[in-house]
Design a protein around this ligand. Structure first.
Ligand code: GRF
Length: 195
């Protein structure tokens, strides 16, 4: 992919599977004066993803991709990303693992947000495992996506204290608030040093 002229807005596609609070926070960031990004496309593997609402509300194109056949789905995604001239992909609660086909094409152009202090607690059910291990701190991380799950270079991370009274839902709620805060910051930081 071409190196971008600093003045051009980075064309972003956000991939979601559900609620979409991180999408919402990225949309709000994109609407700010001098924001470096323009969100042009939301992709989802879930027709019923609540987050699609935020795309519609903001007149952002959203597309459902049927993931029954992953290879076909990814081939289709690649064609669409090209059509919409996407420079950066932000995964925001996208519950499918991208394969080499997409990751190598968009090398160092895919970000993900994960609800733990990576490299700790990769994968699913992070809050449950954090509580089980009686961790005093957890947090969230925005990182570059590479071929190994939740293992790419860390862009930004923020710590959240685990409270004694926390259960999975209270902890995930507090971490999510911080996620919504750091994702735009991480995108800004990533763009200023990489694109
Ligand atoms: C977030 O906790 C994110 O870290 C994880 O999935 C959740 C998505 O939340 N990957 P939302 O759909 O952005 O509200």
């Amino acid at each position: 992919m071409e190196k971008l002229n600093g003045k051009k807005k980075i064309r972003v596609s956000v991939f979601i599977s559900g609620r979409g609070t991180n999408l919402k926070s990225l949309i709000n960031f994109s609407k700010k004066k001098n924001s470096p990004i323009k969100i042009v496309l939301v992709i989802t593997n879930n027709k019923k993803a609540k987050g699609i609402y935020y795309a519609k509300k903001n007149k952002i194109k959203s597309l459902f991709i049927n993931y029954k056949n992953k290879n076909k789905a990814e081939t289709k995604i690649l064609i669409i990303l090209k059509k919409y001239k996407i420079n950066l992909i932000c995964l925001a609660g996208f519950m499918k693992i991208l394969s080499k086909q997409i990751i190598s094409k968009y090398k160092c152009r895919i970000l993900n947000i994960h609800p733990s202090l990576l490299p700790k607690y990769k994968g699913l059910n992070t809050h449950k495992r954090v509580l089980k291990n009686k961790e005093k701190f957890t947090g969230c991380t925005v990182h570059i996506v590479n071929l190994r799950l939740d293992s790419g270079k860390i862009i930004l991370q923020k710590t959240v204290k685990v409270l004694r009274k926390d259960d999975e839902s209270s902890l995930s709620r507090r971490v999510l608030k911080v996620e919504n805060l750091i994702y735009p910051r991480a995108v800004k930081k990533f763009i200023s040093s990489n694109l």
